[in-house]
Design a protein around this ligand. Structure first.
Ligand code: IVH
Length: 694
């Protein structure tokens, strides 16, 4: 019989700390360094031991415990988080001379002689999802997606399931972490390996679930899961490559003078970095690195679509700064799109929202850039003629812009004589209405406004982000709702009942409620967005804004005569005709009636200005570089708030908004006693007014 073990709480605590450190040490070796030191069984034993102790002493569970990597209950929705500093994107170049141009710009900006040698770090450009990891007092507390660069979604729980992300900075290594360092943000790319994508897609195919088109979509889809257990079941990985916000200003005594030193620090602190990053001394060596990887990239287990080149010297980086969307010290040098051979098995025709018919080549499946491609756009009948593509032809295919595949050429010498020329249908393949060919246009159209394909795409457009922005409603659901005759136009969404939504297969009570909530939320919407969402031919975002600037309601728009539209600067005769035609149609009448019945509030610019703004009728001047807005966006936002953007400061100026490195306007504003706002305060007013930056 063994004597009872004396276990004061402090011993347990000590034991837990040891176990946590051991486990994270092994996570680091396994997931970051890819060289495990113990067997899986031993690791599992340590994990179980910790788990058992934590179950007995739940008060000793800490945020950074490895047991917290999978846990937590599924979320209802993702919380939005504003990035402390924006998450920039990168400018792209495709050719050597474009890179040379980028370097020249750097030289000019830094007043260096053109052709000076600049030291860079070359890295791969991983094709995943950018994330921001916040560590407070060394502990991983918040993880977010990039979102629009200003605001992302909080996905901490999901990121914790990625074992290559340390729960704590440097708990067991020799890297330096100053106790003074309160907050530090590390940025990187979460990705899925090609192998894991295959495994996941095989599994999904078996279950009859839609497949992910590529590793990036799969990584994004896996991270944006409300249930962290689903994320945990998909093997995701990360490469860290950038610093976000940090406090205090110098990383608590840690001094980096180059980007490469920072990367080394990342590695020493437990973060996973890519092993192929390299310092190069000049442009020629950049080219060598790029050339080397154009080929080698294909053999990597993950996707990369180019090289990122970063000025190594951090002082130079600081001097170069950033434009509103991208740093001046870095550039993405993309790899050429991969071109593969395939065979045209057939040509189908798709009908879009406006009725436009798009021919699509059905291909013998071929893998391009890690994605199986089985169809490619042929754009229009002119393109079919130009390529002279026939059913049965061998063709070259590429993924244009990395996503939509297209046929680039036909291998005519491979023809056997069996190939069949394609004739564009004379009737819509869906509703069988005779197609029309408007004069002067390349495209053919299905003129039937009730065509199912057109209706579905119309509703999908209405729900899209730039239109009314109704989340949780995707093309599949729309198709089912249309098929069941539950909706015939976008406005019918406002009359759906929960019972009707539940009629759709596999739709749970909670999902149905989410949809209803989203629809409800969208009932207060800007007139311009609503107009855009209506999908009237030739009415894109810009025209929708012009219309909403000139008319205060849909009623007004539908009652005015053609000339009124023609008088608006920026609206040509064709657009005017299209808008006028739409608003005189029966469909428009029905829509207006439904808007009233559904109690939808369309916010006109005028109304918006009166309701919301501290800026109504005020002149606002911007000076210095803004972080969150382009100058154009900032001025547009002022207008949306009823204000008048102006470029010069005088005693009558109402506000001056000051960004980074402000110019003389700032001095003038002080001199004249004009109220000064910083960008943060400006943003706050904008946010409070509920105006979206667009
Ligand atoms: S640095 C301020 N390095 O590319 C610059 N980005 O097109 C921050 N990306 O949003 C980015 N690999 O998601 C950097 N080695 C790398 C990268 C990389 C992939 C992504 C990142 C960024 C996007 C821009």
């Amino acid at each position: 019989m063994s004597a009872p073990i004396h276990n004061p709480l402090s011993d347990i605590k000590q034991k837990i700390v040891e176990l946590k450190n051991q486990i994270e040490f092994h996570n680091y070796h396994y997931y970051v360094l890819d060289s495990p030191v113990i067997s899986d069984e031993e690791y599992d034993r340590l994990f179980r031991e910790l788990k058992k102790l934590e179950e007995e002493y739940p008060e000793l569970i800490t945020l950074d415990s490895p047991t917290q990597r999978v846990g937590g209950v599924p979320l209802e929705v993702f919380k939005k988080v504003r990035h402390k500093i924006p998450m920039h994107s990168l400018d792209n170049v495709f050719y050597e001379d474009e890179f040379e141009e980028f370097e020249k710009k750097i030289c000019r900006f830094l007043n260096l002689p053109l052709g000076s040698s600049i030291e860079y770090v070359c890295e791969l450009k991983f094709d995943g999802l950018a994330v921001n990891l916040t560590y407070e007092n060394g502990i991983f507390t918040c993880g977010a997606t990039r979102g629009d660069g200003i605001e992302g979604e909080e996905i901490t729980q999901n990121l914790k399931t990625i074992k290559a992300i340390p729960m704590r900075i440097n708990p067991f290594l020799n890297g330096t972490l100053s106790p003074l360092l309160k907050t530090i943000e590390i940025r990187g790319e979460v990705f899925m390996t090609k192998e894991e994508l295959k495994r996941l897609n095989d599994e999904r195919a078996k279950k009859g679930e839609p497949l992910f088109a590529n590793t990036r979509n799969a990584a994004a889809g896996s991270l944006r899961q409300l249930d962290p257990k689903v994320t945990a079941s998909r093997k995701l990985d990360i490469f860290c490559y950038a610093l976000g916000y940090y406090n205090p200003i110098s990383i608590g005594g840690i001094q980096f003078s180059t980007h490469f030193e920072f990367l080394t620090w990342l590695k020493e602190s437990g973060f996973k970095i890519n092993p192929y990053s390299r310092i190069v001394q000049n442009r020629q060596q950049v080219q060598e690195y790029w050339k080397e990887w154009v080929e080698k990239v294909k053999s990597l287990p993950y996707s990369a679509d180019g090289v990122v080149i970063k000025v190594n010297d951090l002082k130079l980086q600081e001097k170069l700064g950033a434009t509103t969307h991208a740093p001046r010290w870095a550039i993405a040098y993309k790899f050429p799109a991969e071109i593969k051979k395939s065979k045209v098995m057939g040509i189908s025709v798709y009908v879009g929202r406006t009725g436009k018919l798009t021919p699509v080549a059905e291909l013998e499946p071929v893998e391009i850039e890690g994605v199986t491609v089985s169809s490619a756009s042929l754009h229009n009948q002119d393109q079919i003629k130009r390529l002279d593509v026939r059913v049965g032809d061998s063709v070259f295919v590429r993924r244009a812009g990395g996503v939509i595949p297209e046929v680039v050429a036909v291998l005519k010498d491979k023809r056997t004589g069996e190939e069949q020329e394609f004739r564009f249908p004379e009737i819509c393949p869906l509703c069988e209405t005779p197609v029309i060919h408007p004069e002067g246009e390349v495209d053919l159209y299905c003129p039937n406004e009730a065509c199912q394909s057109r209706v579905e795409r119309w509703i999908w457009h209405f729900c899209s982000r730039d239109a009314v922005n109704i989340e949780h409603i995707g093309p599949k659901l729309i198709q089912r709702l249309v098929e069941k005759s539950l909706i015939q136009d976008p406005l019918d969404l406002y009359f759906l009942t929960k019972e009707q939504i539940l009629e759709i297969d596999r739709m749970g009570d909670k999902s149905a409620q989410n949809i209803l909530d989203e629809v409800e939320k969208s009932k207060h919407v800007f007139l311009s967005r609503f107009l855009y969402g209506l999908g009237v031919r030739h009415v894109g975002k810009r025209v929708a804004e012009l219309l909403s600037a000139h008319f205060s309601s849909l009623e007004e728009i539908s009652s005015v005569e053609l000339e009124k539209f023609q008088e608006i600067e920026g609206i040509g005769p064709e657009i005017a005709e299209s808008v006028h035609h739409f608003f005189k149609s029966q469909i428009a009448k029905k829509i207006l009636e439904k808007i009233k019945r559904a109690n939808i509030e369309l916010i006109s610019q005028e109304k918006e200005a009166v309701v919301k703004s501290q800026f109504t009728g005020k002149t606002v001047v911007f000076t210095g570089e803004l972080e969150f807005f382009t100058r154009h966006q900032a001025e547009k936002t002022v207008k949306e708030l009823g204000g008048i953007p102006s470029s010069s400061v005088n005693r009558q100026t109402s506000f001056v908004v000051v960004g980074k490195d402000p110019g003389s306007k700032y001095e003038k504003a002080r001199e004249f006693g004009v109220p000064i706002l910083d960008e943060e305060q400006f943003l706050k007013i904008v946010k409070e007014a509920g105006v979206r930056i667009s």
